[in-house]
Design a protein around this ligand. Sequence first.
Ligand code: NDP
Length: 288
Amino acid sequence: MSKTISLIGLGAMGTALANALLDAGHVTTVWNRTSARADALIARGARLAETVTEAIAASDAIILCLTDYVAVETTVADVGPRLAGKTVVNLTNGRPDEVRAVATRLGASGARYLDGGIMATPPMIGTPDAFILYSGSAQAFEDATEHLATFGQNHYLGEDPVLAAVNDLALLSAMYGLFGGYLHATALAGSVGVTAKQFLPLVEPWLAAMMTALPDYAERIDSGDHARDVMSNLAMQSVAITNIVAASRSQGIDPAFMEPMERLAQKRLAGGFGADEVSGIIEVMRGK
Ligand code: NDP
């Protein structure tokens, strides 16, 4: 049997994390601002802490899973000294500046701070499909490993606490780009009477095939060489991108999702890189 663990925050995700800990037989103390949300977990054997201070006192390792860093700051505002010598794992989605501020503050209180980004939905927690990014104190990662392993696959990225949050946001950016592109495409196809279900057998394999371009793009991005062995040059692709925006307008579809891509492509084109691969647009994103 393992050391005890305390979990602060029992929303959809916090509850899934608590259930995974209980499934694995870990002694788990929980606290939530709205205590009724703990009822089902208590019925499963979780211990209820009446206060945040009690939750912290109950365990050497404390997991936070709250809406945002405002909630994190509010929750830990008065308990700084009580975190001395404790491991704090913060699985709340946040921005790098927020992570840095909390890591510095809790570190000054004597806590070992580990930040995390959950790449999973609540039902995925506890399955091999869930993966979680961590960064910050390597000692904290080691100390909490047994508990964290119950959530899914863990990836420790390094000592800088912001690594997990930035990688988390980057992965979500890729996801929202995919979802936004899919929604725009489905709206455009829908403008000529194609239903989403009819469009699906076209768009799914198309996206899967396009994903195979990513290793080549990664090579080009890291080397900065977008000009070698070009198969689909930017000048040609920017015609299609402009056509998408224009066709969307004429079909009564808001082109707002694709307009930034058109602006980026035009800027790269104006820089004289029409013969390069479209991967070169990243240089414009980087302000070059
Ligand atoms: P929920 O909205 O379901 O729960 C939010 C939790 O935060 C509740 O426990 C809530 O308490 C608490 N909370 C909010 N504000 C405060 C405050 N001021 N003081 C104290 N507690 C507060 O969110 P999730 O559980 O879904 O998300 C939690 C974190 O997990 C987020 O950072 C989210 O980005 C991340 N995440 C969520 C995923 C998901 O699919 N759900 C996927 C990946 C990451 P109360 O019950 O009292 O309102």
